[in-house]
Structure formats: C-alpha cells, structure tokens
Ligand binder design. Sequence first.
Ligand code: PLP
Length: 459
Amino acid sequence: MKDYLPKCGELTKKFGEVYPAGHTNARVKFNATEASIFAERAEGSHVWDMDGNEYIEYVNAYGPLLLGHRHPRWIDALKDHLDHNTTVYGSGIIYGENDIHLGQKLVKHIPCAEAVKLCTTGTEAVQTAIRIARAYSGKDKILRFGSFYHGWVDNIYINKIDDEYNEEDGPLYKVLPKDNPYYPDGVSPWVRNESFVIPYNNFEMLEKTIEKYNDKIGMCLVEPMASDVFCMHPLPGYLERMRELCTKYNIVLCFDEVITGFRLGLGGVQEYLGVIPDICTLGKSLGGGLPVAAVVGKKEFMNIFQEKNVVSGGTFNGFSLGITASLAAISLYEELADTLYSTLEAVTDRLIGGMHEICKKYNVAFTTTECTKGGIFYAFFGIDNGRIKRLTDVSMVSGADYEFYDRFWQFMQEEGILIMFGARWFIGGGHTMEDIEKTLTVFEMSLQKTLEYYEEKKK
Ligand SMILES: Cc1ncc(COP(=O)(O)O)c(C=O)c1O
C-alpha cells in the first residue's frame, strides 16, 4: 500500500489518545486505512486532507450535503447572518422572524405537515415523534421493522428480528448474544419490551401483528424508502395497507424521512409515493450541513404538546444560525429544483451504469441497489444480481463479499476517491459529470488492483 498519509497518520495517533471511540462509533470499520483522514478543506464534492491529497468524496457526511460542501449561496447566508445576528438566543424565550418562514416552508412542501417541532438531530426527532405518538394514542408499544435504523438511543437501536418469537410475546427481536455487534453493552434490557420488530414487506406479519396487538401499539415507525436497508422499496400496496391499518386502530403512523427528506424532491418519499403519514421526522438535508431536525405533522397530532403534558426540550432547538442555514438550504432546493434533482439522478445513473459496464468487462459479480432519484445507492461485490432499481427483498443482496470491498476501498482512497464502509454511496449536488468520469476511471483501476491482489494471494 502507498504511504501517502504521513501527517494524517501522526494525527490519528494523537487523536486516539483523546478520543478512544472517535466521534461516532459502531462495531464496523470506519476507515479504509489505519490512518484516518484529517481534512484541511472542502468544496463541492471535493475534500483535501492534511497531507495535500485531494479526493472526490461519496461519504456526504452520511447524507446532509445535498448541496455539496460550502455551497457559495448557503455560505453567504451564514456569513450574512453572523454579520449582525447571534447563533442561539434561548430556545422558547427569544425567537426570530426566520423561524416562521422556515415553518411555513415545511408546511408548504411536506404533505403531512401542518405544524412543526424543531430539534437538532434525527435521533432526537424520532424520540420526539415517539412521545407524540404515545401521548396521542394512549398506547406505548412501537411497531418497527427489521434492520431499520432510527438513531442510536436505546429504545430504537436494536433492530434485529426474532425468528423464534412465540405467539404469546409477539414478534419481539431476538435476545442477541453479548458478542453480537448489534447488541452493544450499555443498552437497557428493558427496551426489549418497547417494540415489536417485524420483517418489512411482509403483509401477513404486518396484518397479524396489528390485528393481535392493536390495543398496545401506539406508533408505527418506518423509513418509507429504506435508505438504511440497502435502499429497500415498499412492495406495491404495502405502505397503503400500513396507512389503512394505522388509521383503523388509532396507531400513529410516522415516516422517518431523516435521510430521504428533500432528497427525493421537496416533499420527500411521502409526496413521491403518495402515502401520507400522520407525522414525519426530518434531519440531515434539512439543515444543509448544520444540525437541524424536526418532527412535522398534522395539527391533530402536533397539538398534543398543548393538549397533554408532553415535553420536548432542547437548548439548541430552533437555534438562530441553524434556522438561517435551513431556510437558505430549502430556498436553494426550491430555486434549483429543476436542475438539482435531475442532475442528481443523471449523475447517479451514469455512475451506477458505468460501474456495471466495468464489472462486466472484468467478469466480476456485482450488484447495485438504489433509492429512486435520491442519490443514494449500494454497490456489492460477490453477488450477481445486476442493477436492482427497486429492491423489495433483502435476500437479493445477501452474501456480498465485504472483504473484497474493503481492499477495493483502500485502493480507491489511494487514488483519490473517498467512499464509506458498508457499500453505501451518497451523491450530493456538488458532484459533476467530470467527477463521475474520474471516479469510473479510478473504479476500474482499483478493481484491477483488487483482482490482482487476490490472484497474488492465491499463489
Ligand atoms: C433513517 C434515520 N433516522 C434517524 C437517524 C438519526 O439521525 P442522527 O444521526 O442525526 O441522529 C438516521 C441517521 O443516520 C437515519 O438514517
């Protein structure tokens, strides 16, 4: 491997002394190389590290950078704000006029939105949504779906399905062995009783669970196009059936659009698929690169804060710099809508198409899955199911060769393409066709090197 990260390597050691777990962690490999990347600057889709290496990046900070890094108009809005305003006033005590403009924009664009509650992270938005649902319905249990991610807090973190559930307990998730990466230490054992976790896209299981436990289930929480689960799409009629059952049994339907919000157009997946939840969570792209998140929903549900003793605090809820950032981001999504979304789609299409051509040329088993229009896709080596535009069954992507991907990931980084673990790629508004062509050149080169590496290993 190339030694191209001497300074980053030194910084990695110093960093490890003060941050033993980094800034965010799960039991997966976050970095391609032993040295972490320490960035000096960023622009659009490009990042420069402290060793002077330039990268085209597909990490996208896990999704918020729909406009790319440092969109000049977004930066101007922040600068203008800081010229005469402060960053935070005192949540609930002092407001700004922009708070109203932001709320009005959300109500205008998000189909279920008649009212808004702001917070700072997606995890918090989900917790707020849970409170709304429990208070509104008077029922405690959450119905969730296997492998779906809604943040890192205890009550929603563990998302594996119990394939041995018994009829009495219902489909609770399995008590995983302690060494399983999905059951981290420190998680309360009591949260096991808070959720029913069932397989997605299984009509029978959905119907049976709701029919049987509707007196306990207060909320159905779902990512309507599961960007976190290999971009799994709902089967035709699945979300509609969910909507129907939730209405029938007084269960609050919450779409988690923390990732998909603004990525599939201004109205998110709910607008795209035409199924309207009671409430939904937003985050990531909502702030355009600063931490702004929200629950939005119909007034009937959102009014619960006044009608009952529901509390949702947060020192930084609705902080003024975040409001400006969010307002500027949404104004840009509106203004650029004609080009932003079509470019995102075209660029993603060319990249995925090009990857398949290259893999075909080298006879490499390769599969991709994608979220329609959203600039999110997964690339798997070792499975030969082609380009899946609408994944509805995760077994189609089981058996991927992640070891091969890890090696390939290192070669890509060495040649200036930064991707992330777990086969997921994010495209942002900063990506150009030129970036994509360069990426495809490096993709081919890295694939060749990875194949050579394994050939060599066999000898
Ligand atoms: C669908 C979904 N919901 C919630 C969250 C949590 O958001 P945050 O990381 O801002 O807390 C995430 C984060 O990736 C997510 O993908």
